[in-house]
Design a protein around this ligand. Sequence first.
Ligand code: A2H
Length: 256
Amino acid sequence: EGVGVQEYTALKLRVKEWADAAKSQVEGKIPEGGNVYFVPATLRPETMYGQNCCFVGPSITYGIYEVEKGKEYYFISDRAARNMAFQNIFPQWGVFPKVAELQGSDVIGTLVDAPLSFKKDGVRILPMDTVKSTKGTGVVTSVPSDSPDDYATCLDLAKKAEYYKIKKEWVDLDLLPIIETPTYGNLTAKHLVEAMKINSPKDAKQLAEAKDLAYKEGFYKGKMIYGDFKGKTVEEAKPLVRQQLLDAGDAFAYAE
Ligand code: A2H
């Protein structure tokens, strides 16, 4: 871990329909009219147009926390809740009211609305074994066009849907080109995963390298080819998309 503070954009993905295994655990704990949001932490708000699903760690324990009584609830790791309690995200300083506890595996298949996503009917919650419980919120939104980790995981899920006990149609690999780069084209993550012959989401060393290359190329040389800031550089568009999400109430700032 570095010494700097990481400024994340915490995105709010509203639950439209719970997976069966989650239903009974949530029942009676969220009042009628209350909304639960999965809250991934991202460093790439300008890529949110390309969200195709959202990941949780299947063996990580999560909580649902009450942010506004009877109205608004966040699905995040306990560790993130503790941090958020000291960032004026919950109503009372230092207090994080947990209303339910669930295992990542229980929520697989839940349908959520992802702000800005080209998937207008919503996206599914899917398993990612490499999600760290010690980083961000333990929830990771998937953008396979620009994140090598997300691309490698989506490929694996599609190939082994049965093994992961998910429906094949929950993982779609029709990627949305969002950012054009001189070196890797407009599907940076796919290009790098193929060029580096990365075969599994567990190829940690190669994925770290791909992530680094993708990030630098995207940030310093990338140009938006989709969305409200089409034509601008990624460096220009990043704070603009972030602000748009914050202003719409679809995201909030989270630091750690
Ligand atoms: B990023 P840093 Cl398009 N476990 O968002 C594993 N990965 C996590 C995580 C966790 N608990 N919490 C957040 N992340 C991911 C978008 C994205 C991201 C793109 C490209 C690169 C990228 C869509 N996924 O990250 O260690 C989240 O994925 C590479 C920098 O705090 C988050 O941003 O630097 C990023 O890792 C945070 O990583």
